[in-house]
Write a protein that binds this ligand. Structure first.
Ligand code: ATP
Length: 252
């Protein structure tokens, strides 16, 4: 995977005034945030808040109506989303993108454009539970194991920016509790910029640098994760739609 230079020490991902939606109707309006190397930013909010739409727009799969998305120093080109993936900006969808009839090893092969045993070893080192499952059909793996595989597949491509949509969907809270810290660790250790879409607010914030809370397609509260965790009342009110929080900074 060729390394794409990012000018200076600038962010890996810059979302500026992003407005996007379907058939001319915005599902997300005026979203702005940045993600630097090694940072985790959580996009939080209730069902239908616009989290998935934001991720899809960031990789060019939903057209922008206004604003811009810059990834690894270049504007995202909605006509060529595959180019973005090749440059290392990867979206991990909430449906996990796996084939139940294929084995874990098959998925490892499919995820690599060129076999890279050293990388494979490094990824298995991060998710050791997968090592004993290489020959198992993915349809027989547990939800947590499937989710590990989904993240492992993305890591095989040496991503620079990883967007993870509701990793915890269908998983027991205990499994989520175990997996989210590994996302924090891989961001730090590999310098990956991570955008995390989550329903588990506290768990997500506990592994994030910053949080952005969306409601009805708008940013209703944002700030440093530790400040959001310290003002849970504000977070809850924003999450459940209190109007006075529209666009607020936490603690303000
Ligand atoms: P959830 O947590 O339930 O996945 P979300 O925050 O990810 O929700 P989105 O899936 O981005 O929310 O949806 C935002 C809005 O856009 C919702 O009103 C939804 O009904 C609408 N929407 C999503 N996908 C489409 C589509 N393909 N066509 C039209 N409207 C859509």
């Amino acid at each position: 995977m060729p390394e794409t230079p990012v000018p200076g020490d600038g962010p890996l991902l810059t979302v500026d005034g992003l407005t996007a939606g379907y058939t001319g109707v915005p599902a997300i309006r005026d979203l702005s945030f940045t993600v630097g190397a090694g940072e985790v930013v959580s996009l939080l909010g209730p069902n239908g808040a616009g989290k998935t739409t934001s991720l899809l727009a960031m990789v060019g799969l939903v057209p922008l109506m206004a604003g811009s998305v810059t990834a690894l120093g270049a504007a995202v080109d909605p006509k060529r989303p595959y180019k973005l993936a090749r440059r290392g900006v990867l979206l991990v969808p909430d449906d996990r993108g796996i084939f139940p009839g294929l084995t874990v090893r098959d998925h490892f092969r499919l995820a690599q454009r060129k076999a890279d045993p050293a990388r494979e070893e490094a990824v298995l080192g991060r998710f050791p539970a997968l090592r004993g499952l290489l020959a198992r059909r993915v349809g027989l793996c547990s939800g947590g194991e499937q989710q590990m595989l989904t993240i492992a597949k993305a890591l095989l491509g040496r991503p620079r920016v990883l967007m993870i949509d509701e990793m915890s969907l269908g998983l027991a809270p205990k499994i989520v509790q175990e997996m989210l810290p590994s996302i924090r660790a891989l961001a730090r250790e590999e310098g990956i910029g991570v955008v995390l879409v989550e329903q588990h607010i506290e768990l997500a914030l506990s592994v994030s640098d910053r949080g952005v809370i969306l409601n009805h397609g708008r940013v209703v509260l944002e700030g440093a994760a530790r400040d959001l965790l310290a003002h849970r009342d504000q977070v809850e009110a924003a999450y459940f739609g209190a109007e006075e929080f529209a666009g607020a900074e936490v603690g303000a």
